[in-house]
Ligand binder design. Structure first.
Ligand code: ASP
Length: 359
């Protein structure tokens, strides 16, 4: 774990009793970038963000910011970075009421899914956000995203119950479950969507919470921090006329333990013998193959078509309506934390923290 974080305290609350004590974890991303001499975007420190965010002083919050020692473009995010963020939250869990993670958009869906699996039993808000335009840009979305994320993180009902006690992603007026989102647009402000699960809150002139969609608050729950991931995994995206050389190259990766197979429609793949034989051999060798759809919405239903019955017969596991991002992170997480292949295959088909709906 990275030991040298930069810590900044910002009390926006004086002279009132603060509404909430919130820890911000700043990892990097476009939100905190400026243009260098060549015109390329590079990361800056949190103090430069704060200078451009005067609205933060109106929030009446007790804020602490922990910055990565070197902030990163999220395209460079690795498991170690997920572990760092998870570890910071775990170490500070009892001192803060909520957490806001500032992160690049490119791999935000992966990090949010990873946090949801790492922080099981979490009954406090962990809101991940970022921006499509740097905080210094004239039409930036960064200010609105950060301020709304802080408001959502600090929101309680009359009984001091947090309104969003789970890992979520806030972007462009919508709050989504962290392990349900996908980045679907690279240049519009509404970059994220959660096709298979409703928004947890919508921010307009008022904030509308969809409380029946939010995970229940269980005050007596205790945080179970699990931080291991196994990287011996691969995606196998099916496409018409894919060659055996392509499939072999993936299934013969040394030490491969798991594959997220992205199939057509409701989980369909070619039934040609060479392909099924190779998959079956891989599964028999102990490689776990989980099936998710290439479609943005909908679910895998093994057996709906003959083309998916074959997959089920040879031991391919259904990923139901998980996103590819959540399926990959869950697979890495289960392979990292469970010794038995059978258990990994079983747990892939059970929701751990709202990442899938079984039909
Ligand atoms: N490349 C950037 C990142 O993911 C994009 C962004 O933040 O929007 O860090």
């Amino acid at each position: 774990m990275t030991p040298k974080y930069r810590i900044t305290r910002l009390n926006t609350a004086a002279p009132y009793e603060p509404k909430a004590k919130i820890l911000i974890v700043y990892t990097g991303g476009t939100l905190g970038m400026v243009k260098d001499r060549t015109g390329s975007l590079i990361s800056v420190g949190f103090h430069e963000i704060i200078e451009r965010l005067p609205e933060i002083n109106t929030l009446n919050l007790d804020l602490t910011v922990i910055s990565f020692p070197t902030t990163i473009d999220s395209s460079n995010v690795k498991i170690e970075n997920w572990q760092d963020v998870g570890y910071i939250i775990k170490e500070n869990y009892h001192q803060y009421e909520a957490f806001v993670v500032l992160h690049g958009t490119d791999t935000m869906a992966y990090t949010a899914a990873a946090l949801s699996f790492m922080l099981q039993g979490c009954n406090k808000p962990v809101i991940v956000t970022g921006a499509q335009l740097p905080i210094g840009a004239r039409r930036t979305d960064a200010r609105a995203n950060v301020i709304s994320a802080l408001e959502l993180a600090s929101a309680h009902d009359g009984n001091h119950e947090p309104l969003v006690p789970e890992v979520a992603v806030y972007f462009d007026s919508k709050l989504f479950r962290g392990n349900r989102v996908q980045k679907i647009r690279s240049s519009q402000f509404d970059a994220f969507n959660s096709e298979n699960y409703p928004a947890l809150a919508v921010v307009g002139t008022e904030i509308e919470y969809n409380r029946s969609a939010v995970l229940p608050w269980i005050p007596q729950d205790t945080l179970r921090f699990q931080w291991k991931f196994d990287t011996n995994v691969a995606f196998l995206k099916i496409f018409p006329s894919m060659s055996d050389a392509y499939v072999d190259a993936i299934l013969n990766i040394p030490n491969l333990k798991g594959v997220v197979m992205e199939t057509y429609g409701s989980g369909n793949a070619p039934t040609v013998k060479w392909f099924l034989d190779r998959l079956e051999n891989a599964i028999k060798k102990g490689i776990t193959v989980v099936n998710v759809t290439q479609c943005l919405g909908g679910t895998v239903i093994h057996g709906r078509y003959a083309t998916s019955s074959e997959l089920e017969k040879i031991g391919v596991v259904s990923g139901y309506d998980m996103t590819s991002e959540a399926a990959m992170v869950k697979l890495m997480f289960l392979l990292g934390n469970q010794k038995s292949t059978d258990l990994v295959r079983k747990m892939l088909q059970v929701p751990l923290c709202g990442e899938m709906t079984i039909i």
